[in-house]
Design a protein around this ligand. Structure first.
Ligand SMILES: C[S@@+](CC[C@H](N)C(=O)[O-])C[C@H]1O[C@@H](n2cnc3c(N)ncnc32)[C@H](O)[C@@H]1O
Length: 192
């Protein structure tokens, strides 16, 4: 709704599979954003069935789902229109490392990224484009502000999470831990 209010886009399309939620959303939008002044659509549809239209300047925002689903959505959007470029703003629940790997595989570059701390939960907002020159780093790169205690806390939570996972599967998770440790060491050196 803030995208509509701030007129960030020519049109905003809301997608979810939940019929009652989408009906409520359509009613709220109709009340607050009359369609003779604002352009929006509400689609009750499986995101995996969406075919990206062949038009310029599109941004898909995927938020609030876990890494497995987020990766499925990214891959199905890309597969639906291999020749159409579109930007993505991803804010998954946990698992940004694997989400970033999927974005790298699909040929995305980094436009911007940010750590968000809300209701005692951490999120990474990752804004990517195929036309962006900057490489996506799977641990995150420019989003880290090491002097920020909240960011340090986030780093400790991630590493703690992977250390737990590494107990059962060290071969897979130990290299991930090392990448986060390298990142922290590099940041420490930059700030010394
Ligand atoms: C935790 S909610 C997040 C809602 C909203 N995106 C946000 O960030 O506030 C996750 C939503 O993903 C929706 N969802 C799950 N699988 C989906 C799919 N295949 N296609 C569309 N929506 C889906 C669920 O119905 C649910 O409403």
């Amino acid at each position: 709704m803030s995208l509509l209010r701030d007129q960030c886009a020519g049109e905003v399309i809301f997608v979810d599979v939940l019929e009652n939620h989408m009906a409520n959303l359509a009613a709220t939008l109709a009340q607050n954003f009359p369609q003779d002044q604002y352009s929006w659509q509400v689609r009750c549809k499986d995101l995996k069935k969406i075919v990206v239209p062949a038009i310029d300047s599109q941004l898909f925002i995927i938020a609030g789902v876990g890494p497995h689903q987020t990766i499925e959505f990214i891959n199905s959007l890309c597969a639906s229109a291999p020749d159409t470029e579109f930007d993505l703003l991803i804010c998954s629940v946990h698992g940004s490392y694997s989400v970033r790997e999927a974005l790298i595989k699909q040929g995305y570059g980094l436009k911007n990224e940010r750590i968000i701390f809300e209701n005692n939960r951490f999120y990474e907002a990752i804004y990517v484009s195929k036309s962006a020159d900057k490489a996506i780093v799977n641990t995150g790169s420019q989003m880290w502000h090491w002097p920020d205690a909240v960011h340090q806390d986030y780093w400790h939570r991630i590493v703690g999470h992977y250390r737990q996972k590494a107990k059962a599967d060290p071969l897979h998770f130990q290299p991930i831990i090392e990448r986060y440790e390298t990142l922290q060491n590099a940041i420490k050196i930059t700030h010394n």
